[in-house]
Ligand binder design. Structure first.
Ligand SMILES: NC(=O)c1ccc[n+]([C@@H]2O[C@H](COP(=O)([O-])OP(=O)(O)OC[C@H]3O[C@@H](n4cnc5c(N)ncnc54)[C@H](OP(=O)(O)O)[C@@H]3O)[C@@H](O)[C@H]2O)c1
Length: 473
């Protein structure tokens, strides 16, 4: 039985690949994440905690592994180029030490001449992982724009197409790209386990090349919408990034890296996929229909905002204990059960709103987007259920204990660190906002917001109890 390691198992691609690998016969699967809590442990698989930037954590994880998937990347770090380089080298070295036979890596389409910083870093990662064919074989798959529920590029396109019948667009809409459906990527990744090439391979994925403009119009058509694009010269990359950040769920950092990437042609340059795989990729229209179905039925398996983005490096439990400011509201559960109250506060954010004063939250979200933060329109993966690692507008779920506790960590731009906790204790709902300020600016921020916090948090605790009546026992 082949032993397979899946790194990045809580990321956008990783979660979906995990799902698919669970159905592959004759393999034994091991998952690697930085925070084991970010994966549910009801699966019949091993879950190991390790960090590629801490090489000493890798040997244990890679022991006895035949093939390792490398799906790690740290786009959210300012210093991502250096960190991605180090990560890949650490991983390759550990694979060599542990006699791993094959690495399967998914990178991006594009070339070194026109590639964005992000793309060049992905290419460098592939080159490092492929640099010791004498010791470890590397199957390097390359994909461009991903069409699928929860993909950042697809969420941008879908939001623009849905909201704007006429779009003034920059000239980049003429750049050619080869999109691909997320399920097809997963099929190629799974099938890469069983192909038997003698050497390293670099395989480009995707069939139909088109311009961004054509992609947007065809996505619109598949959604039953007729759209018009008017390309103009005046939209700079910065302006376009702000535009995307404000009108779609992605923050400025993701929007600008996507916009930067639009300069480069992300198209397939080889046909090796036909030689090694017998997979018939779905058409763009089929991918859009599937994605929309998944979104409408709350069946989004993973989302671009799933990965930790630095939140696992924080010791939330210790840091909360050190918080200098706490706003606490304690409300009796009345006639409601802990299950009902838990369900009620777990509906926070996204389309359900923030239990009142949503206009204030929206203003805060708008200001956050202006300052390049996550923003309130990031939404949530599933309006009903939550899991650790899910984003909830500009918060992130960092702890979740059924019928007891929900802990959210603030990912908005703040002069300090903040948490929002809902806890059921002794027949009461204990709602606490914690703030650990950075210097004077942090302290001022907290004092200025005291009147607003009074309004928002008092109302929130009472509304959670009130809305518990709508929850089934
Ligand atoms: N998504 C796309 O649209 C797309 C398109 C083309 C190609 N690709 C390629 O597909 C691959 C996977 O992308 P993705 O979108 O799934 O990425 P993602 O959602 O951002 O996930 C990245 C993963 O890397 C993990 N990670 C980050 N730093 C780590 C560290 N120091 N040690 C261990 N794990 C670490 C994250 O875990 P934490 O939770 O611990 O941070 C997360 O699981 C990338 O190579 C990407 O270039 C993606």
């Amino acid at each position: 039985m082949k032993k397979i390691l899946l790194t990045g198992a809580n990321g956008y691609i990783g979660r979906r690949l995990k799902h698919a690998l669970l159905h592959v016969p004759d393999i034994s699967l091991r998952l690697m994440v930085r925070n084991v809590e970010s994966l549910s442990n009801n699966l019949n698989v091993e879950i190991f905690a390790a960090d590629v930037l801490r090489p000493e954590t890798l040997d244990n994880v890679l022991a006895d592994i035949d093939t390792a998937y490398y799906l790690i990347h740290g786009l959210n770090n300012g210093n991502f180029k250096e960190l991605d380089r180090q990560s890949a080298q650490n991983f390759l070295d550990a694979c060599i030490r542990q006699n791993v036979k094959r690495i399967i890596y998914l990178g991006g389409l594009g070339d070194k001449v026109t590639g964005s910083e992000h793309l060049l870093s992905r290419i460098e990662t592939g080159e490092i992982l492929s640099s010791r064919p004498d010791k470890v074989q590397c199957i390097w798959l390359r994909a461009g724009v991903i069409i699928g529920s929860g993909s950042a590029s697809f969420e941008i396109i879908r939001n623009l197409v849905q909201k704007l019948p006429i779009m003034i667009t920059p000239k980049w809409v003429n750049t050619p790209i080869t999109p691909i459906g997320v399920d097809d990527i997963i099929s190629y990744l799974v099938n890469s386990l069983s192909i038997e090439p003698k050497e390293n391979l670099m395989i480009d994925l995707g069939e139909e090349t088109m311009s961004y403009g054509e992609l947007m119009l065809r996505v619109g058509k598949a959604m039953g919408l007729k759209r018009t694009l008017i390309p103009v010269n005046v939209l700079t990359p910065k302006l376009s990034s702000y535009w995307l950040a404000l009108f779609t769920p992605v923050p400025y950092s993701v929007a600008s890296s996507l916009i930067e990437g639009l300069k480069s042609e992300v198209i397939v340059t080889n046909n090796l996929r036909h030689m090694y795989f017998s997979i018939t990729p779905r058409t763009l229209e089929e991918c859009v229909t599937t994605a929309i179905k998944e979104i409408e039925s709350n069946q989004i398996l993973s989302r671009w905002s799933d990965s930790g983005s630095g939140v696992w490096e924080i010791h939330h439990q210790y840091d909360i204990a050190d918080a200098l400011f706490i706003d606490r509201r304690i409300v009796a559960l009345e006639t409601y059960s802990p299950e009902q109250v838990y369900k009620s506060f777990c509906k926070i954010g996204g389309a359900h709103g923030w239990f009142g004063y949503d206009w204030l939250w929206n203003i805060r979200g708008f200001i956050d987007k202006l300052f390049k933060g996550a923003g309130i329109n990031r939404g949530r993966r599933d309006p009903e259920g939550l899991r650790i690692g899910d984003s909830v507008d500009f918060w992130k779920v960092v702890d979740l204990v059924e019928n007891e506790r929900l802990l959210l960590f603030a990912q908005m731009k703040l002069p300090g660190k903040a948490w929002l906790e809902f806890k059921i204790h002794d027949g009461k709902l204990v709602q606490s906002a914690y703030f650990y300020p950075d210097g004077i600016a942090g302290r001022l921020y907290w004092y200025i917001l005291i009147p607003l916090h009074y309004l928002i948090f008092t109302n929130m605790a009472h509304s959670i109890i009130k809305r518990s009546s709508e929850m089934n026992r």
